[in-house]
Design a protein around this ligand. Sequence first.
Ligand code: ADP
Ligand code: MG
Length: 402
Amino acid sequence: MSFETIHEGNIRAYLMTVPGLFPANARLQVTEIGDGNINFVYKVWDDKSGQSVIVKQAKPYLRSSGKDRSLTTDRIRIESEVMAIEGSFCPDLVPKIYHQDMGQSLFVMEDLSDHEIMRKGLIKRKRYPLFPEHIGTFMAHTLYKTSDFTLEAKAKKAMQARFINPEMCEITEKLVFTVPYYDDQTTRYMPGSAQAGAALRSNEPLKKEVAKLKEAFLTSAQALIHGDLHTGSLFVTENSTKAIDQEFAYYGPMGFDVGAVIGNLVLNYAAHEYHSPDPAQREDFRTYLLETIEAVWQVFEREFTRLWKEHNQEVTAQAEGYREDYLARLFADSMGFGGCKVIRRIGRAPVEDFTSIADPKIRAKAERLALKLGEAMVRERHDFGTIEAVTHRIREIQAEAE
Ligand code: ADP
Ligand code: MG
């Protein structure tokens, strides 16, 4: 049986042709569940056996903009292949992949409907005690094991070629590093934060630092990074963490992933200006977020160091002090990229932490705080030295903003 393009109408018949997926007498149901604006995500389940899968399909355009905005379907190959590679290092920390069909620009993966998008949980003040251990381990293994410290020179270059991802990278290059500082997007801020947003465009010291970070994003090929590791790409329960949505992956600077996680925790920290109206509760949850930020870095550093000591095929890695120097630079990069991620979510492409704030005054206050925190993370990234200095500074800026 051959298929034209797969869509909601024929997806069940298509899946019945995939060997080993569903029993022959399955009664399949389908529903589209995608909440992202890029791709189509379907849940398909068998009424009889209760089995279910998720199908993710890329169309040659952006889902939210329709056919006017073309975008390469190669992104779904990259996503499914990177998910499989990450799964080979950390099988519990990504969905299982059941089937890949690049002719149809789709892949079929484990249904994680019992998980929740972390961003949504954090907005509700949910806590994830194992998250730092999970995500710190995930980042250390996926980054270290795709770097020159693990891969032989030619194998690494082949990986770089395999995961060249120019169209998706260009989106990040523009939206994260350029638009907030060069485009007039005053109307995209709340009236109460428009001034602070517009001030980015004349903040020369900040723009200089962001230019350096963009340069690193453009030119540094340290590891196969996830490329979009925000709390909307993390599926969690109290006991489980799964990284999804690897379509922005490419060989880039490791700190971009670490920064994405930390930056999004900082965004949530700022947004609790609204989501936790009770001051004691707000203080309590913010403390939890800062402790989580500290633990994420600590676990990452611990695991990365362990991997380096156990196996490093790069002879220069033996040079005295090099590992400490590398980690110090990686730390500063992470804070800088994290700050860029914070700033870029205020104004254009705001995240749910902010869009769900019903009171424009409080939202503006939270936005101004986020912009200050983002700026400090970028500009002071070389001064912090420790993650505790970062969380201390976050507290200080928040107290000043009161
Ligand atoms: P996009 O690339 O369009 O951003 P995502 O990969 O972020 O798509 O997926 C969009 C949404 O689909 C997720 O927020 C989540 O709600 C749902 N989803 C994605 N993967 C799974 C999965 N494996 N199990 C259950 N739901 C999923
Ligand atoms: Mg997404």
